[in-house]
Design a protein around this ligand. Structure first.
Ligand SMILES: [Zn+2]
Length: 279
């Protein structure tokens, strides 16, 4: 499932493939992906140049030069943006066809096996407001540095376990189930600890763990196509899991060698080391 680092990688790829190039055609192959305005946007996009690609939380935004509206993509469980021949993909939802150019791919595909992803075309000037009010996204945890005081103020009043609090998109945008387990392992904080009970030192370790997890994940997973650990059960590198604790239950903790454990919190699997993540 794509979380902040994976969406960041896809945005960087999309920018590398498409910036400055005119779109010659946009095909909305699966009209169910259109949560508002995309088919009309697709008609108007023809001939316009890709001007900017950016991320907000787990959403990707494609801005066109001289166009009022932008394309917003939400990947949900299995959505991904790839440079590919659409004939060779089985779950194509949108195709962005670019004017041919040597050295860059001509076809970009929004591929989505479970078809849970969404797309919108929205006024670019109103996007930040839409993310905050309609999607209820809190501030970004990265790349701007967020100190311990930020985390304490965003999450410190929540009366639920810190693992659950980290996934609250209205408090901090972009962190999902994988990130929450991995960040808490890095910070040495128990996922069961109540968010409102963390010490300043624990917030400090959390503040350091977040950017470390995000930048390491981008570096490790960066490439033309991301293999989601959830959809295939293995990373693109052939390991059972590319993470330190996520889906590593029964394996030794990379830090202390005690076995990684798994349990459910709010219906989602949490992975942790009971020996070195303090309660
Ligand atoms: Zn451990």
């Amino acid at each position: 499932m794509p979380e902040l680092p994976e969406v960041e990688i896809m945005c960087r790829n999309l920018a590398r493939w498409s910036l400055g190039r005119p779109l010659c055609q946009v095909d909305v192959v699966d009209s169910a992906v259109d949560s508002g305005g995309v088919e009309e946007w697709a008609r108007k996009a023809r001939g316009r140049t890709v001007g900017r690609v950016w991320r907000r939380g787990k959403y990707a935004v494609v801005e066109l030069a001289d166009a009022e509206h932008s394309l917003v993509l939400h990947f949900r469980m299995t959505g991904k943006l790839v440079a590919a021949d659409p004939e060779r993909r089985s779950s194509v939802r949108i195709i962005l066809r670019l004017a041919p150019e040597a050295g860059r791919p001509d076809c970009l595909v929004f591929d989505d096996a479970r078809r849970l992803g969404n797309a919108w075309a929205l006024a670019t000037a109103e996007l930040q407001d839409w993310f905050e009010t309609s999607r209820k996204l809190g501030p970004e945890p990265w790349p701007v540095h967020r100190p311990a005081a930020f985390w304490a103020s965003q999450l410190g009043s929540i009366r639920s376990p810190i693992k659950v609090a980290l996934m609250r998109q209205d408090r901090v945008a972009g962190l999902g189930n994988i990130a929450a387990s991995e960040i808490l392992w890095r910070a040495g904080v128990s996922p069961t600890r109540q968010a409102c009970s963390l010490s300043l030192e624990q917030w400090d370790r959390l503040a350091a763990a977040v950017p470390a997890f995000i930048t390491d994940t981008i570096e490790r997973e960066g490439g033309d196509e991301i293999a989601y650990v959830n959809s295939r059960g293995a990373s693109s590198h052939g390991n059972p899991s590319p993470f330190s604790v996520y889906r590593c239950d029964g394996q030794p903790c990379p830090r202390c060698r005690a076995p990684i454990e798994r349990f459910k919190q709010s219906g989602r699997s949490t992975f942790w080391c009971a020996a070195c993540q303090e309660g």
